[in-house]
Design a protein around this ligand. Structure first.
Ligand code: SF4
Length: 496
């Protein structure tokens, strides 16, 4: 079957030829794993960053679409010697690419720019991405002068209007691209031939040596004998590939078959023991010791944030998190009912100051502050303190009193087979407190909460849609926080 190979598919091909083959010939299976909110956000962010990067070239003309009309328009604008083109489309010998930015030079050659929403050049993909385009453009008779990557500058801190020249870094990667150009031309032909073969390639799926999170949606199709839950799901097995390879090479896929003396970490051994013996591993002595250290009132606290690629407010750098919401349950004593407080910023300016003031009103000077994964909340607090020096003492006091409830599970004081080696709140809550569920909520995970807050701030969002988002955000963050209280209560009743 004659196919068109886009630069996106070429980059996917470099990662795994089989994966792209399934994209062409088995789209139903390939599309089974829907894009996560995180992946969708990356795509949206990429589009947003590219639009802003256009400001670096005020004379640019945008070509929309990828079809024949866009290709004809591209040729027309090139013939007219248009100085800067955004998204010109080229198709030749079954290769297709839309170039981010093409800039005409005095000698009629062009500089080619690839805009990335990253804060650095990714040597594994960006050079190949550009080399694909350079090869294609040369096939189309377009002479290339130099190749560049434009990416966000992580050191930029916004003050006043965005300084477009400081927000971005333009890196000359011409030499690196020229070094791999010929090899990439060869790979492009190989990819085209491979993907033109309608017969599915049999044999080895190299991901069999990688942890579950690296498998694409077609893994089960290509590896029907690998169990749905087994050695690929061992805790952090992706970080110890040699161990996984050893198990696979001796034909061990099931947890029950892992030799007792096999060299594994404590969490991995516990995961197998809890699963194979179908029992809960509980270290009540140490759980009690941890809980004994808590000082009442207890504060169960959870933040929601948005990482804007293009800084929205003064004092923010690319991707620095905007704290827009928190939920807080306060428990005055073991036997009292928890009291709920919340904050959600619905205006479009910087929420940091109001967020901090509200927190200060609701968190007293004493008491343990319980979070899940303290690295996140403490980092946000440190950034808040940097932007609001007047609140440093309060923020420092919060950070000094933070206790990470996840640690009880990280330290292996409580291991349940249904955690499946994971210790996120989304893995622990349904096992310990099954009556609490995220399933009926309009927002079920942090990535979506973040996107929804952003959506709420768009001018195009109707009042009705805003109200729905506000309701969903409040419900989600409240449950995330109540979940910590419920898990604490479960543990408390277990040991006291
Ligand atoms: S599971 Fe891995 S090796 Fe197999 S097709 Fe998917 S990405 Fe490629």
């Amino acid at each position: 079957m004659p196919i068109i190979l886009s630069k996106t598919d070429y980059i996917l091909f470099r990662d795994c030829p089989k994966n792209v083959w399934h994209k062409f010939y088995n789209p139903t299976i390939w599309n089974e794993s829907k894009l996560s909110e995180f992946e969708k956000a990356i795509i949206e962010t990429g589009n947003e960053v590219e639009l802003v990067a256009h400001q670096l070239f005020p004379l640019g003309v945008l070509i929309e679409g990828r079809g024949q009309e866009s290709q004809i328009k591209t040729q027309d604008l090139i013939n007219k010697k248009t100085k800067v083109l955004f998204q010109p489309v080229f198709l030749k010998d079954n290769f297709l690419a839309a170039v981010d930015i093409l800039e005409l030079q005095n000698d009629n050659s062009y500089n080619i720019y690839e805009v990335k929403s990253t804060t650095d050049v990714d040597k594994k993909t960006h050079y190949h991405d550009l080399a694909f385009q350079v090869n294609l453009l040369e096939k189309c008779g377009v002479k290339i002068n130099k190749a560049f990557v434009i990416h966000l500058n992580s050191e930029y801190v916004r003050q006043g209007e965005i300084n477009i020249n400081k927000l971005f870094k333009i890196e000359d990667v011409n030499e690196q691209v020229l070094n791999i150009k010929e090899a990439v031309a060869g790979e492009m032909e190989i990819a085209l031939r491979y993907l033109s073969t309608e017969e599915e390639s049999i044999g080895f799926c190299s991901c069999v040596y990688k942890g579950r999170s690296n498998h694409c949606a077609t893994f089960a199709h290509s590896n029907p004998k690998v169990p749905e839950y087994g050695v690929h799901d061992l805790s952090r097995i992706g970080n110890s590939k040699a161990k996984l390879q050893e198990l696979i090479d001796i034909g061990i896929f099931e947890l029950k078959d892992v030799p007792i003396d096999f060299n594994l970490s404590l969490p991995q051994k516990n995961q197998i023991e809890a699963f194979v013996q179908d029992r809960i591993l509980q270290d009540k002595y140490n759980i009690k010791k941890e809980l004994d250290g808590f000082i009442f009132p207890l504060y169960f606290l959870d933040y929601e944030t948005f990482p804007a690629a293009i800084p929205r407010f003064d004092g923010f750098s690319p991707y620095q998190q905007i704290p827009f919401q928190y939920s807080l349950f306060v428990l005055d004593s073991q036997n009292s009912e928890p009291r709920h407080f919340e904050f959600l910023y619905t205006n479009t300016d910087d929420p940091t100051l109001e967020f901090t003031k509200s927190l200060k009103n609701n968190i007293g000077q004493e008491g343990t502050i319980i979070v899940w994964n303290k690295g996140f909340e403490c980092k946000i607090n440190n950034e808040i303190a940097k932007r609001n020096p007047g609140h440093v003492l309060f923020i420092n006091s919060v950070n000094a009193r933070v206790y990470d409830l996840m640690e009880i599970f990280g330290k292996q004081y409580y291991v349940h087979k249904d955690f499946k080696g994971r210790i996120s709140i989304k893995s622990v809550l349904p096992v310990l407190v099954p009556e609490l569920s995220y399933k009926k909520l309009g927002i079920q995970e942090g990535g979506l909460a973040s996107q929804k807050w952003n959506e709420m701030n768009l001018k195009s969002t109707s009042t009705q849609e805003k109200e729905k988002i506000i309701k969903d955000l409040k419900e989600y963050c409240k449950l995330d926080t109540f979940a910590m209280y419920a898990i604490w209560k479960h543990l408390y009743e277990l040991v006291f």
